[in-house]
Ligand binder design. Sequence first.
Ligand code: M6R
Length: 602
Amino acid sequence: MCGIVGYMGESKIKRILLDGLKELEYRGYDSAGFALMQNGRIEAYKAVGKLDNLIHKTEAVQSSGFGVGIAHTRWATHGKPTELNAHPHQGRFSHVVHNGIIENYTELKKKLQSEGARFLSQTDTEVIVHLYEQLAERHKDSAKAFEETVKQLEGAYAILLIDERCEDRIFFAKKGSPLQIGLGESGRFFASSDAALVGLCHEAIYLEDGCWGWVSPESLNLFEGESPVSPVAKAIPPTLHSAQKEGFRFFMEKEIYEQAQVLGDTLMGRLQEDRVHLEEIDRTLLDGVEALRLCACGTSYHAALASTYLFERLSRMEARVEIASEFRYRDPVLKSSELFVVISQSGETADTLEALKMAKRAGLKTLAICNVDNSSIVREADATLLTRAGIEKGVASTKAFATQMMVLWLLSLLIAQRHKTLDPALLAQEIAAMRHAPQVLQVPEKLHDRIHRLSKRYLHGHGFFFIGRDLFYPLALEGALKLKEISYLHAEGYPAGEMKHGPIALADSELFTIALLPGTLLKEKMRSNVEELIARDSTTLAIGPECFDLADDYLPTQPTDHPMLEFYEMMVVMQLLALEISIRLGNDVDMPRNLAKSVTVE
Ligand code: M6R
């Protein structure tokens, strides 16, 4: 949700800014822009749409020698994706880029306008630069002006600001949106995520909320409120590689194919013969825990929902799930005997992060299941289980979901071991299934071809219902989300048994039902539900190990005796179906309209 890059040094500034934005483009791609300052003059460039538009527009722009630059890729919150609303925003002598939302911008804007400031955009961000300039004129001290500016801002922000009157400084501030300062041999770097720092520096300072300051060629000045803070640099994870498509048409496709391998990484060192061992979890974390409260958004929320079936069945532990954006504005009754588990691919989702802070304030122990080490959620939680999916670039989450499910499955077995809720033979069966899981995620060429051919029959209609029961109901929700986010077709996930309580009224030949028919759970019940839809002429695609003659189409999965193996195989089938439908419709699979990878605004 917006990406920020900054650089101060002597290397090619434009190249560094644009390369950094390329790495962060998945965070927002409505427009992009950058500002370069050399010899006390700022030049800014902006373009609407994908970053390539900005790259073409600025082909002739050159920079040499010392300079500073700030850049931004936008996911629109206030104001349409136009060039005027694109960042950087400018005043008379300074420019700013911002990720987040300034909640009190309306009142600040009114005040600034009444005092003569002229606004060019509809954004909340623009107040920052006008406020700063007004204070800079008043105080004749840029650092003081920046500090006062930050004090007046409410909401969430990561900010970089440059000022022609102090040409060797980049001011920065962070609250609620991620920002890192990279320390490289060729200068100082800023980025919203590690991904943009790889290859430029080995160490970064991961800024905490409430921090602000400035960098100059000689110094890094960091404050928390009014107090100076000593910066602590951490190594950027050595395994973090810039992701490439490696011959696949889209990152999402590559990430679907990677699932088998990354699931192996998720398991590495976590299975010991017939036991689960999670060394990241201190024994005391689970002491006194009687129930789990899981909290997440989107795909991660679906992983949480699916895991409740595992916690109940395997660990005999109550597990309740919360949508983070709902949870944080309720007045939830929280018990200290609950472990609060947040699940997030990015580790930066604003609602999930706030929910986590709420649970901590209420005195609950907290655990993060996350894909990004050093992310805000990881830093906030008491303990973390990393999912080890590697960088996920496709906005539609695939391998992150697969690995989240594996970590949750591992956790359910760890609790089962502790509470002795599974006899050793059953525990051994679970572990054997887990070890086998990476294999079922391999994508057979024949299956992908078949889905490709079939996809041409599912490009229209008035809607899709993905239906399943038990574990396969949250999987149906996830299948529907995948399809709608990249195909823009209407899709809903539903518990199959609920269809006759209303939604079946929609059934006709233009309603597509994607039915998850596992062999291991509620087979007959599920068949009856599907037959009810077929009787009303819904066009049906059945997915499962047994051919279902009544359905219009059928995609096979391998017969197995473990529901999680069926879960994983069906997950891949639905991911490929969404991918192929989206490609046929000519959509940008990796950067679907209106979305961004990491949702750092509430
Ligand atoms: O980074 P997070 O897992 O916290 O993100 C939560 C959702 O925004 C995310 O899962 C979203 O729903 C995916 N793009 C769906 O594919």
